[in-house]
Design a binder for this molecule. Sequence first.
Ligand code: HEC
Length: 145
Amino acid sequence: MFKLRFSLLACAALYSVACSKKSESSTEGGGAAASPTASAPPAAAPPPAPADPATRAKEMFKTQCVVCHGESGKGDGIGAASLDPKPRDYTDKTWQASTDDARIKKVILEGGAANGLNAAMPPYAAQLDEPVADELVKLIRAFGS
Ligand code: HEC
């Protein structure tokens, strides 16, 4: 009776040693795998960044508006060559003085066709929200100062 219990205990002890060895080695493996997982969150962090309307407006101008309006805002983007009327020269102080922010924003949101301008000027209401549109107006104003 005692012998049986002892050997059962010994067996259990042996088993637990084997077990703990196993879990030790699996912790090692897990430890190695854990470091890439640990560095993953910063890689997934960028999404909140585009929340800043000024940054989004700059990005949008650089990637989309520049095609027609040009880096310098003079309406000399590569897409402008075949356009008539040409995109406005934003550096034209007479034009800057003749218009207002609400009108500029309206054209950006509604596009050229809805405002009696060249229909080549696309409507952007579906792609941007009000704060970004306001920042785009500021960017356009900055070309005139
Ligand atoms: C496919 C070419 C094209 C793209 C892309 C484009 N535009 Fe235009 N845009 C034009 C043209 C052409 C006009 C001039 C329309 C006219 O005077 O008849 C214009 C006019 C405008 C005007 C009105 C200026 C005025 O005379 O009152 C604003 C403001 C403007 N664009 C802003 C933007 C912004 C901001 C973007 C990017 C988000 C953009 N445009 C992208 C072609 C483009």
